[in-house]
Design a protein around this ligand. Structure first.
Ligand code: ZN
Length: 294
C-alpha cells in the first residue's frame, strides 16, 4: 500500500494488483524512438522504463477515494482466476488485491460506488467474483457506474461475434453480471455523484472513456483512467497508445485533460503510472511536463 494522500478532506489510497514491464515503448507509442530515452533520461529509467527490455513499466491499480459520505473505487484491474487464454498478462491471476483492499480498511460491504473509467479488461475485473460457478457483484451494496457509450460499444461487439467475446471475456464476466443484478448505472456525457464528484466524458481511448473530478476544500483531483497510459504522454500529448480506438479524439481529450489539470492545479490520478502514481501537470511550451508527487 502506498502512503495515504488527501484531496482536501477526502482520503485517497491505492490498491495495486501488479506492477509489470507491460509492453515495449515502440509498440505502445509509434512515435517513440531511442532518442526519447536520452531526452527524458532525468526521470524515465528505470522506474518508468526498463532499459534492457525497452518495455514501459506500468502499474495496474485501483484508486480508493473516501469522502465524508462515500467510499468509491475507481477501476478494478484484471481480477483473479479469469480464463483469458488470449491475454497472458490477465490469465489465471492469483493476486492479493482483495486482501490489500481489506488492509486499506475497506470492507466489501462498505463500497458505495465502483466507477469504471472505461470497459477494458484491466478496469472491470474485480467488479465481480465467482461464487458457486457464477460471477456475482463483489461489492453487494455498491452502484456501479459505467459509461453508456462504452457499454453500448462493447455490448454490440460482444453480440456480433460470440466466438470472440469483447475484451477476452471480461465484458461477459465483469460487466454483464452487474447489469443482470440491477446494480449498473449508465452515465452519459456528464454525471454528478454529488456536488464534489463530477464525471465527464473524454472519448477517444474508448468511445465512452470518462474522468472523475473530486473537489474538496479548494483542492482538486482528476481520475483520468487511460487518457494517458504513461508519463511520456504528458510531454507528448499527441502520442496515442496502440489501444486508442479513435486516435484524433483521444489526442483531443488528452490535451483537454492536461490543460484542465495544469489550469486547476488538479492532482492527476491515472490508472497505470508507476510510483508515485500521480502528480501535477505544468505547461511547457506547447506541451506539458509532469511533477511527480513525493
Ligand atoms: Zn488500462
Amino acid at each position: 500500500m502506498a502512503a495515504q494522500r488527501q484531496i482536501g478532506a477526502m482520503r485517497l489510497s491505492r490498491v495495486e494488483e501488479m506492477m509489470i514491464p507491460l509492453i515495449e515503448a515502440g509498440k505502445m507509442f509509434a512515435a517513440f524512438t531511442p532518442e526519447h530515452e536520452t531526452v527524458h533520461k532525468d526521470w524515465l529509467s528505470p522506474t518508468y522504463f526498463d532499459p534492457q527490455s525497452k518495455r514501459l513499466n506500468m502499474s495496474i491499480h485501483t484508486w480508493v477515494l473516501r469522502t465524508d459520505h462515500h467510499t468509491i473505487l475507481i477501476d478494478t484491474c484484471f481480477g483473479n482466476q479469469r480464463n483469458r487464454p488470449g491475454f497472458r498478462d490477465g490469465h489465471q491471476l492469483d493476486t492479493p488485491w482483495l486482501h490489500n483492499l481489506a488492509a486499506a480498511g475497506v470492507k466489501r460491504e462498505q463500497v458505495d460506488f465502483v466507477l469504471c473509467t472505461h470497459l477494458h479488461i484491466d478496469h472491470v475485473g474485480w467488479n465481480t467474483i465467482e461464487e458457486n460457478g457464477r460471477f456475482v457483484p463483489t461489492f453487494p451494496n455498491a452502484r456501479y457506474l459505467f459509461s453508456k457509450a462504452d457499454f453500448d460499444h462493447y455490448n454490440a461487439e460482444n453480440e456480433a461475434n460470440p466466438e470472440r467475446p469483447a475484451q477476452h471475456g471480461a465484458f461477459n464476466d465483469g460487466v454483464l453480471p452487474i447489469v443482470a443484478a440491477g446494480k449498473a448505472d449508465m452515465v452519459g456525457a456528464e454525471h454528478a455523484i454529488d456536488d464534489n464528484l463530477l464525471i465527464r466524458s473524454a472519448p477517444g481511448h474508448t468511445p465512452g472513456s470518462i474522468t472523475m473530478q473530486a473537489t474538496s476544500k479548494g483542492e482538486q483531483g482528476l481520475f483520468t483512467g487511460d487518457i494517458l497510459h504513461h508519463p511520456l504522454q504528458v510531454w507528448h500529448p499527441e502520442w496515442n497508445s496502440r489501444f486508442c480506438v479513435d486516435p484524433p479524439a483521444a489526442a483531443k481529450s488528452r490535451r483537454r485533460v492536461l490543460e484542465h489539470c495544469a489550469e486547476h492545479h488538479a492532482l492527476m490520478l491515472p490508472a497505470h503510472f508507476a510510483a508515485p502514481h500521480c502528480g501535477y501537470v505544468h505547461r511547457q511550451g506547447d506541451a506539458f511536463r509532469f511533477e511527480f508527487t513525493r
